[in-house]
Design a protein around this ligand. Structure first.
Ligand SMILES: NC(=O)c1ccc[n+]([C@@H]2O[C@H](COP(=O)([O-])OP(=O)(O)OC[C@H]3O[C@@H](n4cnc5c(N)ncnc54)[C@H](OP(=O)(O)O)[C@@H]3O)[C@@H](O)[C@H]2O)c1
Length: 354
């Protein structure tokens, strides 16, 4: 009889020569339908042997749900590079086997982005194997649950706020507009900016006014107001900065209305991938358009942002934003809400109890 590697209520047992490869555990599993070619989603019992070989084996305690995870279950989304795939672009957990000297059994870690859940089996699984280069030690100040309440959404919002600050958008500069404000990344951006004493305006398509006010928004605009197309290259100067999770005509609006010298950090595409603009915001107002990518963010910068998320940038309303912690079997409902745009804040997925 082997030892139980006790982290939570783990089921994996070490036999004399290694892991018991036959112990089954659940994972969200997406494969292509043999007839239609469309992705089909199921919760499948798999074994460690089904995971790709890699440096580090992690017992996943928590994952979370991002818009990209919902897209991974849809036909023609281009998020998934090949099927079958276990989605889940984020995970947090405990290392149970490492072939890399930087990590040891028992280390608490998180992984976000890279190919996780898109070209490599992801976090919506009780166990995951990943390259050591993707693994970030859990920063001080965060629990494994906190790390996934934040996840890619919190990390991206922090990158966006950092980009605005590096381009001179300060609390005293004036109001910053966050679009898609009740979504995962939007909620995080509203709360982080408000915590840093920015005046925050939030645009939303929902009636989540109390929620956004509780996160720190002092002005709330309806989605239509900030997404109406216009032929005017410039409009009244309103915003010192913007954090845009929508793209399309919403980003066009921000470009028209951002004040002289202001900056917009953009990372989303819910409202479309094309924008129509002119050079005038850039050459007459010196507006900066800052692209934000969380996926391949360089490792040292990634670690620094996570350090801040565990300290002075940790959102004060993290538990209000991540009100839902669900098990794997509850995921289809949450994925549907994300696809419809009706999901509020963040949902954490508990793999230990799934
Ligand atoms: N570049 C990167 O590294 C990066 C990282 C993270 C996320 N993203 C992208 O950022 C976006 C947000 O991600 P997320 O995970 O926070 O998604 P999310 O939780 O689904 O939030 C998206 C929000 O957009 C708004 N929305 C929904 N449908 C819309 C529509 N048709 N038109 C305009 N607004 C709509 C909704 O907020 P309201 O009702 O409040 O308007 C929704 O809650 C996604 O496009 C995602 O792919 C990119």
């Amino acid at each position: 009889m082997g030892d139980i590697l006790a982290t939570g209520d783990t089921i994996l047992k070490v036999e004399a020569g290694g892991y018991n490869l036959t112990s089954k555990f659940p994972a969200l599993y997406v494969k292509e339908d043999a007839h239609t070619g469309n992705p089909t989603v199921e919760i499948r019992e798999i074994t460690i042997d089904d995971l790709p070989p890699d440096d580090v084996l992690i017992e996943v305690h928590y994952s979370d749900v991002n818009y990209k995870d919902a897209l991974a279950t849809q036909p023609s989304s281009r998020v998934v590079q090949h099927y079958p795939i276990i989605p889940g672009i984020d995970l947090s957990g405990v290392i149970i086997e490492s072939r890399n000297p930087r990590f040891r059994e028992g280390d608490q870690v998180l992984v976000t982005g890279y190919d996780l859940g898109t070209a490599h089996f992801g976090g919506l699984s009780r166990y995951a194997r990943v390259p050591a280069d993707w693994v970030v030690p859990l920063p001080k100040g965060l629990s494994l649950w906190d790390a996934m309440a934040l996840g890619t959404a919190g990390f991206t919002a922090a990158l966006a706020m950092d980009a605005l600050q590096m381009h001179g958008v300060r609390p005293e500069s004036g109001a910053v507009l966050v679009t898609g404000a009740s979504g995962g990344a939007g909620s995080m951006a509203v709360n982080m900016l408000a915590d840093q004493h920015y005046e925050v305006a939030a645009s939303t398509g929902k009636t989540a006014l109390d929620y956004l006010a509780a996160l720190g928004a002092s002005q709330i605009l309806y989605r239509d107001e900030v997404s109406v197309p216009s032929k005017r290259p410039l409009d009244h100067e309103k915003w010192a900065g913007g954090i845009d999770s929508i793209g399309g005509t919403t980003l066009e609006y921000l470009l028209r209305t951002t004040r002289y010298g202001g900056a917009i950090a953009a990372f989303g595409m819910r409202g479309g991938t094309q924008i129509s603009t002119s050079v005038f915001p850039f050459i007459l107002r010196g507006v900066h358009l800052l692209g934000i990518d969380s996926v391949y963010c360089p490792y040292d910068y990634r670690q620094e942002i996570w350090r801040r998320l565990g300290s002075d940038w940790k959102p004060s309303q993290l538990h209000r934003i991540a009100q839902n912690t669900v098990r794997l079997h509850e995921l289809p409902h949450v994925l549907e809400q994300l696809l419809q745009g009706s999901h509020l804040g963040r949902t954490v997925v508990d793999l230990i109890r799934s």
